[in-house]
Design a protein around this ligand. Structure first.
Ligand SMILES: Cc1ncc(CO)c(N)n1
Length: 224
């Protein structure tokens, strides 16, 4: 990375990896929500799988909080991450309510392989060997994919069915957008000062996340 401008590293990466980023944020499942053609059984499958994912996401976010507390040069990072944890608390309650609305019995949902793979990946990032810069970059990427995807379903001209609007609002709303932006700013600040090795690891985990997100959306299609 010598001589390379490291300001706004994450924006540079999204341009460089645009194809996979678009694959993760404009997936056929999202496009089907947006044009109103989504199959409700796909939505229910996604809902059950995402509840399992979010439960695994909580300890990952807790690990990012712990890393921030130990390693961060800016104490306000903690406030941003804590806000994310608070949102997850709401999210868990929302999943339970939404699942009962759609007749999805959460305790009996079986995690599918792509979900297990993604959760395993999250677990690998909890390791103390993964430093804060890599972890916060991953955290931003995971949240940003959902923000960008669901915000697309709320844009002018979208035909998102009324009963799915609340789901899209959850991640597509302006406040969640600002929160993702705050995470992105932290990631950029850290990446600017990181060693080449850490920067390379953060880029690889961004790519892995985008791949996992595509596979995650693919599960909505159901077993083939
Ligand atoms: C698979 C997946 N990625 C990202 C998010 C955002 O929190 C989520 N809920 N689920």
């Amino acid at each position: 990375m010598h001589g390379t401008e490291r300001k706004a590293m994450t924006e540079t990466w999204l341009k460089k990896h645009r194809q996979i980023y678009v694959g993760a944020t404009r997936h056929p499942f999202i496009l089907a929500i947006r044009d109103g053609s989504v199959d409700l059984s796909s939505f229910k499958r996604w809902l059950g799988q995402d509840y399992i994912f979010v439960r695994a996401f909580i300890p990952f976010v807790a690990s990012v909080l712990l890393k921030a507390w130990k390693e961060s040069d800016d104490s306000t990072d903690i406030d941003v991450i804590l806000g994310g944890m608070a949102a997850l608390n709401d999210e868990i309650e929302w999943f339970k309510k939404e699942a009962s609305k759609w007749g999805v019995d959460l305790p009996s949902v079986v995690p599918q392989q792509p979900n297990l793979d993604y959760c395993r990946f999250l677990e690998s990032l909890i390791s103390p060997d993964v430093d804060y810069t890599q972890a916060i970059t991953a955290f931003w990427a995971i949240e940003a994919v959902y923000q960008d995807s669901f915000a697309h379903c709320l844009e002018d001209g979208s035909k998102t069915p009324g009963e799915l609007k609340e789901t899209c609002q959850r991640w597509g709303n302006e406040v969640f957008g600002q929160y993702c932006h705050a995470l992105q700013s932290i990631a950029n600040r850290r990446l600017e000062k990181a060693t080449d090795d850490v920067v390379a690891k953060a880029e690889v985990s961004l790519l892995r996340i985008l791949e996992h997100e595509v596979e995650f959306w693919n599960m909505s299609r159901g077993p083939v």
